[in-house]
Design a protein around this ligand. Structure first.
Ligand code: LUZ
Ligand code: MOS
Length: 758
């Protein structure tokens, strides 16, 4: 990254000095109470008796709330109203809230939980999606995407292979847990400080719970200590809890879980179990692909129906396939409702076709890499959902990666190493990605920005974007500074607040900088038009071209002495409006849910990763030697932030594919319920070499300043880690039985190495 292009994240200094404010750092209001949730100890059952009389008598306990205290709707569900805030007659997952204890301190609230008595008659617990499907337990109608005629195509294929692929859940493990802090305002209104990606859902949930209009609930977010999708929908519960108590008690209430409570009560990435069939012609072109996905949705819909749809959108990843038939079932199980997680069902879908291609290649005795490359989709390819690919960089990323990182040399190094070593084996795999940018629900692709220029020339900027460590505030500041032609430090990016920017879509789908950035551009352009009119008149510039750059007004590109601050003074003196609101809605996108056809994405993001790993064949442990990537950032406006997103995403993807194992027992109890039993990548487990090359590419009109969305796509490079490990195992034991079942933990590697025994 050339130094000239480095714009530091405006949060960097605050983060490293500990001065950045998170939810729990907000100054405490006088009279604040603390709320703790009493949650179900069983995953499924009928509530016979719930007795909190002893707990209510305890010192410091102010009140205990249950479903009967809700004046409005006992619902926190987003897409469907199928999820109660408090369970009443039936509990459907372990960790489901039953009561809320509110006390003078967190410790006192926590102590009172032990005095609550509950009797639950157990009902059968289902944790497996296929079993749930067999019982007809679906969260939403099943969905199908198709094009061509797979049945006929399979009949004519030279080679057909079928199999099963599975991916596990993933704990978000944002550094900052969930939480909300609610302050009663005058009348019955509330201000909600929330750690949420989705302010609108929080606002609506609290309002409807309390039978109020959304105008009586203000939501404010300064920043999150990470979200990763976990706070797209599920932050609403914590706000609803604190909101209910604050509403009744007219005192400020804070509700924040400890890490283990957060892990127990919140949903995770949806695990999937899928069946596939792949058909190739004699030339090894993939002609037909068919898949059935069983999504483990947990006990309520949450975002699972939308996640299910994105699985279908990405079912063929980067590959051109003439005949496609994909069916997906969202299965209802007795687990906490699973939810959005970086990639939003896309990674789960992509893993399946990668498994199918790998199986086909190995059965045919050809290289998986050859088969992948041969089938990369070309420009003009039509996806199963009807969108025609424009600006395709699939093959370009692949070929640039192969050339730049010398793929033949890497391959021969792996072979040489494996020939020379008995107890250590290396594996190599390529992972091409293609990720669609836009919310698949077209309605959500809108955003707004509010711009105030104060008369001293300083600027206040509000958008619907939530800063969660991804650097979006820095990007918003950059966009405004470029648009107005002024220094970045003149611009303050405000907290995200529903009274300044209403009806926000969640900061999600990698689209936050695009949507909000374009709204910023529109707001800036409006004020700029008024300011340049003032400048034109003041400088008697006639119809010459007026612009502002480097804080000075330019006439036909030549700087004048009129500076930004003076210009703003002049405009204010003339009573010119120095504020503007920008509204942006992504043009041209559409999608018909009934036919499964349309043009849902503004554009796609491409890239290819080459992963090399080394497996210790006595112990099953492994290391990643290198992940080398060519990624399509378009014309990055902030290469440093984008590089960080790419590195973080791919490491998170490697974690999902290798060491992160979400384990529930048959009773639906989360066993991987703490950082001692759930392992995420750390500085020791990241690849020794992480080399990310920026493809020289034009970006897209749909992207902010042609700088492509970067949040989610890199996560899917992690899928390469699974296949690299699997290849290393096969290098040790060519007959090893290693199912396409992620995560590939050291235990699974070890079992693969010696099954069957060598
Ligand atoms: N959230 C959502 C998302 O509501 N719709 C989407 O399409 C999406 N995609 C990725 C991540 N979150
Ligand atoms: Mo997300 S999975 O973009 O909240």
């Amino acid at each position: 990254i050339p130094e000239a292009t480095v714009v530091p994240n405006q949060d960097a200094a605050g983060h490293v000095t500990g001065r950045s404010l998170y939810l729990d750092d907000l100054p405490t209001f006088e009279g604040t109470l603390h709320a703790k949730i009493f949650d179900s100890p069983l995953a499924h059952g009928t509530v016979r008796r719930l007795d909190w009389s002893r707990a209510a008598q305890r010192e410091g306990v102010v009140r205990i709330f249950s479903a009967t205290d809700i004046p409005g709707h006992n619902n926190i569900g987003g897409i469907f109203p199928d999820e109660p805030l408090f369970a009443t007659d039936t509990v459907t997952f372990m960790g489901q809230p039953l009561l809320l204890v509110v006390a003078e301190s967190e410790e006192l609230a926590e102590a009172a939980l032990a005095d609550i008595e509950v009797d639950i008659d157990p009902l059968p617990v289902v944790t497996d999606p296929r079993e749930a499907f067999g019982l007809g337990q679906l969260l939403s109608p099943s969905r199908t995407f198709q094009k061509g005629d797979v049945a006929a195509a399979f009949a004519n294929c030279a080679h057909v292979f079928s199999g099963r692929a599975e991916t596990g859940g993933q704990e978000h493990l944002y550094l900052e847990t969930h939480g909300a802090y609610v302050q009663p305002l005058e009348g019955s209104s509330l201000r909600v400080y929330s750690s949420t990606q989705g302010l609108r859902h929080v606002q609506e949930t609290v309002a409807h719970l309390l039978n109020m209009g959304m105008h009586q609930v203000e939501v404010d977010v300064t920043r999150l200590g990470g979200g990763f999708g976990g706070k797209e929908d599920q932050a609403a519960m914590w706000a609803a809890m604190a909101g209910l108590a604050a509403y009744h008690l007219r005192r400020p209430v804070k509700c924040m879980p400890h890490r283990m409570e957060d892990m127990r009560m919140s949903g995770k990435r949806n695990p999937y179990s899928s069946d596939y069939r792949i058909g190739l012609d004699a030339d090894h072109k993939i002609v037909a692909f068919e898949a059935t996905y069983f999504q483990n949705g947990g006990a309520a819909a949450d975002l699972s129906p939308a996640i299910l749809e994105r699985t279908l959108f990405h079912g063929t990843n980067t590959y051109g396939v003439a005949h496609v038939h994909l069916t997906a079932h969202s299965c209802k199980t007795n687990l906490p409702p699973n939810t959005a997680f970086r990639g939003f069902g896309g990674p789960q879908g992509m893993f399946v076709i990668e498994a199918a291609i790998d199986q086909a290649a190995k059965a045919l005795g050809i290289s998986t890499i050859e088969l992948q490359r041969k089938n990369l989709m070309p420009e003009g390819y039509e996806f199963s959902y009807g969108q025609i690919v424009r600006g395709c960089h699939a093959a370009e990323c692949w070929d640039e990666a192969a050339r730049r990182f010398d793929l033949p040399r890497l391959q021969s190094e792996v072979e040489t190493f494996n020939g020379a070593n008995k107890l250590f084996k290396k594996g190599l795999a390529l992972m091409p990605i293609c990720f669609g940018i836009s919310f698949t629900n077209t309605m959500m692709n809108q955003a707004r920005a509010l711009l105030h220029i104060y008369w001293d020339g300083s600027v206040s900027l509000s958008t619907g974007a939530v800063e969660m460590g991804q650097g979006v505030n820095t990007k918003m500041q950059q966009v405004a500074a470029r648009s107005l032609g002024i220094r970045r430090d003149r611009i303050r990016v405000e907290s995200t607040n529903t009274t300044r920017v209403a009806n926000t879509s969640p900061s999600a789908a990698s689209a936050t900088a695009d949507l909000n950035g374009k709204a910023v551009q529109i707001a800036c352009a409006e004020v700029l038009e008024r300011l340049t009119a003032v400048a034109r008149q003041h400088l008697a510039a006639g119809d010459a071209d007026i612009s502002i750059g480097n804080e000075l007004v330019h006439i036909d590109g030549i700087a004048t002495e009129l500076d930004w601050k003076t210009l703003v003074h002049l405009a204010f003196a003339q009573r010119v409006n120095l504020s503007a609101k920008g509204h942006y809605a992504t043009p041209e996108i559409h999608f018909n849910k009934a036919t499964g056809k349309g043009h849902p994405f503004a554009y796609h993001v491409y890239g290819t990763a080459i992963t090399v790993c080394t497996v210790d064949c006595l112990r099953g442990t492994y290391e990643f030697d290198a992940v080398q990537v060519v990624h399509d950032f378009g014309k990055s406006i902030n290469p440093l932030i984008d590089l960080g997103q790419c590195e973080g995403g791919l490491v998170q993807g490697i974690g999902w594919m290798t060491m992160e194992e979400v384990v529930y027992n048959e009773q639906g109890k989360l066993l991987s319920n703490a950082l001692s039993t759930y392992k995420i990548p750390d500085i020791y487990s990241v690849p020794k070499v992480l080399d990310i090359h920026f493809l020289d590419a034009p970006g897209s009109d749909g992207a902010i300043l042609r700088s492509k969305a970067v949040g989610e796509p890199p996560l899917m490079y992690g899928i390469g880690a699974f296949f690299a490990l699997r290849n290393a195992v096969l290098a040790f034991n060519k007959n090893a039985l290693v199912p396409y079942s992620a995560p590939m933990t050291p235990e699974k590697v070890l079992m693969g190495l010696y099954n069957p025994e060598v």
